[in-house]
Ligand binder design. Structure first.
Ligand code: NAD
Ligand code: WQD
Length: 345
């Protein structure tokens, strides 16, 4: 059993909250720093409820260096998992300054604190978006990198910074994790994804249709070169992702320097496959309409996750059926997300 202290930035968010539970259950001490710009304080209570352990919580904007420094002064931090970011691709196109400020400055502040407080282990939330339009699938970690929007550019810029920083400082151990398409929720249905307003991503959109808050799913194009013409993605259960972070932290204990892994299942499902799987798992009919392609979308994107399997001993275990079942459990038990509980407090 270890009692290493992990600073989890963005730990109240969708992937962060599931990862905090996994960390606490694995014996780590967890310190969350989150400004709640896309999450709720009640998540921190639910992390405690589900894991049986209380994370320490700082409601701070990590762009604020003084606020961040207090966390390092008050805690002996062994490692950092950095989730905190703005993540909506479309919004990043209309609000690039906000995206560059939030995502880059907060990361630079962390790098400065790591140097000052001698923290040498860092896990970074990157994204399959850094592969741009891959020339072929499955995607390997060494494929060329390119991005087409400010959100993706922040991810690639931070990856590049990490490569430079690790080249200069051989004491650092860094894991860049490139997530494919996270969906699903905790088995309890107590925590899950709660997008602001009308969802951009497909699974929260489907669950809002299933619960009756939206009339039908817009399927963005059925003329792609895929088995049914709709876009193919590598959907991965958020619990598998959470587990991948604990495995990555364990890897960093072996002092590997900089390592990069795809976290995906290696399987591709089309939009219509997902709609059908969700209907079956929820027992709800999901009406849909085929509409135009969405600008910037690619036909197919799925991972080759072999490297993570070999080097981390990690493999996604949940099926698309379980991902759908758990997304539905979360949505149906919390039709208004976390909001109801927040308002009654
Ligand atoms: P999320 O929005 O649910 O979580 C991010 C959390 O960070 C939120 O709780 C938000 O309040 C917090 N935050 C943002 N800026 C902050 C700041 N300046 N200071 C303090 N807290 C701040 O998003 P998520 O889906 O859990 O994503 C987590 C990470 O994974 C992000 O870096 C995202 O870019 C990356 N990622 C997500 C996906 C996805 O589809 N969800 C895919 C690939 C990569
Ligand atoms: C999936 C498929 C759409 C909505 C995005 C980011 C990526 C990463 C994950 C952060 C595509 C189709 C969608 C809808 C639809 N995030 N779709 N109707 O675009 O693969 O990836 O989230 O890093 O960077 O770009 O995910 O869920 O938006 O789309 O038909 O209402 O569903 O065209 O084929 P995407 P998504």
């Amino acid at each position: 059993m270890n009692y290493m202290a992990v600073l989890v930035t963005g730990g109240a968010g969708y992937i962060g909250s599931h990862t905090c539970i996994e960390l606490l259950e694995s014996g780590y001490d967890v310190i969350i720093a989150d400004n709640l710009c896309n999450s709720h304080k009640v998540v921190v209570d639910r992390i405690k409820e589900l894991s049986g352990h209380k994370p320490k919580f700082y409601e701070i904007d990590i762009v604020d260096k003084n606020a961040l420094e207090l966390v390092f002064k008050e805690n002996k931090i062994d490692s950092i998992i950095h989730f905190a970011a703005l993540k909506a691709v479309g919004q990043s196109v209309s609000m690039p300054v906000e995206y560059y400020t939030n995502n880059l400055i907060n990361t630079l502040n962390l790098f400065e604190m790591m140097k000052k407080y001698n923290v040498n282990k860092f896990v970074f939330s990157s994204s399959a978006t850094v592969y741009g339009e891959p020339h072929t699938c499955p995607i390997l970690e060494e494929f060329p990198l390119s991005v087409t929007n400010p959100y993706g550019r922040t991810k690639l810029m931070i990856e590049d910074m990490l490569r430079d920083i690790c080249y200069a400082n051989k004491d650092l151990d860094v894991a860049i994790l490139r997530y494919f398409n996270p969906i699903g929720a905790h088995k309890s249905g107590r925590i899950g994804e709660e997008p602001n307003g009308i969802p951009n991503n497909i699974m929260p959109y489907i669950t809002k249709v299933a619960i009756g808050q939206l009339p039908y799913v817009n399927v963005f194009g059925d003329d792609y070169n895929t088995h049914d013409g709709t876009g193919v993605r590598d959907y991965i259960h958020v619990l598998d992702l959470a587990h991948g972070h604990v495995k990555a932290l364990k890897k960093l204990e072996e002092n590997p320097g900089l390592v990069t892994y795809n976290l995906g299942t290696g399987k591709g499902y089309s939009v219509l496959d997902l709609v059908k799987a969700f209907s079956k798992a929820s027992g709800k009919e999901i009406p849909y309409k085929i509409t135009d392609r969405r600008a910037g979308d690619i036909a197919t994107c799925y991972a080759d996750p072999t490297k993570a399997e070999k080097e981390l001993g990690w493999k996604a275990k949940y099926s698309i059926e379980e991902m759908c079942k758990d997304s539905w459990k979360w949505q149906s038990q919390n039709p208004n997300g976390y909001t109801t509980e927040v308002l009654t407090k």
